[in-house]
Write a protein that binds this ligand. Sequence first.
Ligand code: ADP
Ligand code: MG
Length: 397
Amino acid sequence: MNIHEYQAKALLRSYGCPVSDGRIVLRAEEAKTCASELDGPLWVIKAQIHAGGRGKGSFKEAEAGEKGGVRLAKSVEEAEMLTKQMLGRTLVTHQTGPAGKQVNRIYIEDGSDIARELYLALLVDRASSRVSFVVSTEGGMDIEEVAAHTPEKILSFSVDPASGLSDFHGRRVAFALGLEGGQVKQCVQLVKNLYRAFIEKDMEMLEINPLIVTPDGNIKCLDAKIGFDNNALYRQPDIMALRDETEEDSKELAASKFDLNYIALDGEIGCMVNGAGLAMATMDIIKLYGAEPANFLDVGGGATKEKVTEAFKIITSDPNVKGILVNIFGGIMRCDIIAEGVIAAVKEVGLQVPLVVRLEGTNVALGKEIIQNSGLNVIAADDLSDAAKKIVKAVKG
Ligand code: ADP
Ligand code: MG
């Protein structure tokens, strides 16, 4: 789960990390009051969406001369005007995809003077199974360029979980960032605070870009992006409360409410499968026969008829789906339950596209019988290859 920059900064502030003062604005009428509560003389107006690259992004509805989701204002009035311009508009950045994201919240923040822009991130490194720091002196809006063209300018090192974090790590970060004097001490403290927040809040990724050095020699987190481990959210109720459902894919959101593992993809064949391994194999074989999966939907081990019905509804609600492949191996999950779920769903929402069903395992005969007797226009398949071939043929002709 991701959160907004302003939420991330509030969290970091509570861990003693240096961030600017700011106010969140949900309605344009609040902008002036919020801006005047800050010191000035510079205000930064920041569109809050769950995507980076806002500074270099552009609004779909932009008129000439209006650029970017991070803008400077020199007066309270200008701050208000910029907030009004951005609220409700669609911001497109290299991370949002061409559809962009609607801006529903604006963060008005104290403007900072900047001497240097640095990059500092913590993440769970799967290769080393450890929390790693990723640092670069080349922070700011072009970090992707740095990664692509001068990767040697990005350094990474991990923390041994047995010995934990020590001041040594902080000094190593400070050295890699070219900090000096009092900044080193500030950096050691910041690294400690960030690491504590990362561990205590079950983060997956914490990115400060830019971490700045101000002209008077202090360091500050000017941007903050945090992703949390979904599997740990059950024990992080305060983080759960920060969830912004408008930022999520509506189908993925519906799936999560029914405890289904659903991920939207770009293809044309909807897949209802049980177990992540079978889901992977199903997607592979669809590709092998020349089509692309529209989603990854795993109904899990102990799905009920209701859950299967919901899963089917989610798949059929996607206009990109030109055909559906139900591929179930009944172990704990029984084939007759799947069959009943599919039929219930089709009765409720109808069936506009071809449907191939391949069932195997517990109660398979009963499952097949239920489908055959349903009178539905279902194409039966015997094994995985047969199922994939049939659905690709049905969709592509
Ligand atoms: P994004 O990474 O989504 O583009 P950032 O928050 O990093 O958004 O902002 C982009 C750039 O805007 C930063 O690299 C920095 O140069 C500038 N900026 C952001 N916040 C402030 C601020 N409070 N004061 C001054 N400049 C800022
Ligand atoms: Mg940034």
